[in-house]
Design a protein around this ligand. Structure first.
Ligand SMILES: [Zn+2]
Ligand SMILES: [Zn+2]
Length: 241
């Protein structure tokens, strides 16, 4: 009976892969087909111990040899990402972020859950989503980092979401800027929300959807550090290799 009902529902509300548009019937993911899912690259081996950069086959794991850590003095203790930002991940995030893609959050969560190293990394934490400026949030209607952080916090990993930060300055989108301009663009963009009182040794995980140079997430960590927080980590759904 249940099967019949879901078959009827599938017929009335057909689902398509959000990446390739293929019709979906019985698939593990609601809006991702199997062949698109196979393109996901999970991160977990041979990572920079600081920022999670994937060293691949080269075997180096030391932040002193990491191209990203060489450019930026990171304020977090460590950062990890669930997957690599390959073309498939880029398309998926684009759908989630700009195409009213809140409905994709369950699938994103399911992808993240497959990376058990990442799941242990974000367990027992307070997630601090990277905030959007109200102007951008108004036009996009939701903050993708908050939506994903909230969904992850519902899993049994003893974590919660606490929006400790707000954007105080409207910034140009980072994608329009060169790597060296990104840090300058982010300076003074965030502030701590007043009136939130939590112990300074709380394990914070600043959370964002994508990591490229790390300028945005690092600026958030800087503010938290400046206010005395001592246990700051960071995590993103995907990161550039
Ligand atoms: Zn597909
Ligand atoms: Zn690194």
């Amino acid at each position: 009976m249940k099967k019949l009902l879901s078959a009827i529902l599938e017929f009335i509300f057909p689902r398509y892969c959000c990446i390739c548009g293929q019709y979906l019937f019985t698939t593990a993911y609601r809006y991702i087909c199997e062949s698109c899912f196979e393109k996901v690259i999970f991160l977990g081996q041979n990572l920079c111990q600081k920022c999670g950069h994937d060293f691949g086959e080269t075997g180096f794991q030391n932040p002193q040899h990491c191209p990203r850590c060489l450019k930026t003095q990171f304020c977090f203790r460590a950062l990890r990402s669930a997957i690599s930002l390959n073309p498939m991940a880029r398309q998926l995030i684009h759908q989630f972020k700009y195409a009213q893609g809140e409905y994709l959050v369950k699938d994103l969560c399911k992808i993240v859950q497959q990376n058990t190293n990442f799941m242990s990394f974000i367990a027992d934490s307070t997630f601090v989503p990277v905030p959007l400026h109200w102007r951008r949030q108004f036009s996009r209607e939701y903050n993708q980092s908050t939506v994903l952080a909230k969904a992850l916090a519902k899993l049994p990993i003893r974590s919660q979401v606490l929006p400790l930060l707000r954007r105080v300055r409207y910034t140009r989108p980072q994608v329009e800027l060169r790597a060296d301009e990104r840090q300058i663009n982010m300076q003074g963009a965030f502030a701590l929300l007043p009136k939130i009182k939590i112990p300074l040794e709380t394990k914070l995980v600043v959370f964002d959807d994508v990591l490229t140079t790390g300028a945005t997430i690092n600026e958030c960590c800087k503010i938290l550090q400046k206010h005395g927080f001592s246990n700051i980590y960071a995590a993103t759904f995907a990161q550039k290799g």
